[in-house]
Design a protein around this ligand. Structure first.
Ligand SMILES: [Mn+2]
Length: 292
């Protein structure tokens, strides 16, 4: 498994630039992470020179980049407006081309729609009919670069399109591309799945990426709301070897607090050093639970 971490943990903004990514990459590599999750829209806006520099950062620190998208509504692949779907497909195809430049193996997130959903559309059947052909085309563009598109199964408050692993499997079967697979997240599964370990086993080789966090999105091990031993065994059962990326949200405020709906400080007033300490502890905890 490749243990990874998102870039937005220390602040309350989704914004980043190359300098911030460099700083986070060094920090994560020093802690023993092997993967770093970046924002797809940043990659989309990077120049070739910036992508080259970013690629060099990955090589210097031995970090693999996973690319996470919470698409804007203007790129919604499930939109009723064919022009929006077309624009969205062009956007994601540009992103996978740029991902090729930084040797990133996986595009993840709610790439079948937009995020956070405003629920102005809630007809699942038509959303599937509209987005599935788009995902098939995106999958074709991504496979040229050896890239997986891992569709994130989200809880009911964030999307209506797929809320369970079972639904995601049906969706992926309809897409019919091996590289269009599933991202499961313990936070979302804890809300939706009858049994998250059964969901992991059901996903099997279709599990392309894995997000980890406690039930309230604290770092793994911070409060033990998830049965991490059982999750580790389930991942072992399916011989899972891809990304295991922490996605903690402890700070309220800013666009991150708004989008994630964090309305109180879950960090116990942590400063950067304390946040680093929590992160080191969580990595050591997860390695203990997931590596046999
Ligand atoms: Mn997630």
């Amino acid at each position: 498994m490749k243990f990874g971490m998102g870039y937005a943990y220390w602040g309350t903004t989704w914004k980043s630039d190359l300098e911030h990514y460099k700083k986070v990459a060094k920090k994560l590599a020093d802690m023993g992470f092997q993967m770093m999750e970046l924002n797809a829209d940043h990659i989309y806006h990077m120049s070739n020179k910036e992508l080259l520099e970013l690629n060099a950062v990955g090589e210097e620190y031995g970090l693999i980049f996973s690319i996470n998208s919470g698409p804007a509504k203007q790129y919604d692949l499930s939109s009723p407006d064919p022009e929006v779907r077309k624009r969205g497909l062009g956007y994601f195809i540009d992103i996978v081309k740029k991902m090729g430049e930084i040797h990133s193996p996986v595009l993840v997130g709610a790439i079948y729609s937009f995020w956070p959903s405003d629920f102005s559309e809630t007809n699942k059947m038509t959303a599937w009919e509209r987005s599935i052909p788009m995902l098939r085309k995106l999958g074709e563009a991504a496979e040229v670069f050896g890239i997986d598109c891992s569709l994130e199964v989200l809880n009911r408050n964030e999307t209506y399109i797929m809320n369970s692993c079972e639904e995601a499997i049906m969706y992926c079967n309809e897409v019919g591309k091996k590289n269009v697979n599933i991202l499961l997240d313990t936070y979302h599964m804890n809300i939706e799945e009858d049994n998250m370990c059964d969901a992991i086993r059901l996903a099997g080789e279709r599990l392309g990426h894995f997000h980890v966090g406690e039930a309230n999105r604290k770092l793994p091990g911070m409060n033990g709301t998830i049965d991490w031993d059982a999750v580790g065994y389930a991942l072992q059962d399916i011989n899972y070897e891809k990304g295991v990326v922490m996605e903690p949200f402890l700070k309220c405020g800013g666009e991150v607090g708004r989008d994630i709906r964090v309305w109180r400080d879950l960090s116990h007033g942590a400063d950067e050093d304390a946040l680093d300490k929590y992160l080191r502890q969580a990595l050591s905890f997860l390695k203990d639970k997931f590596i046999f």
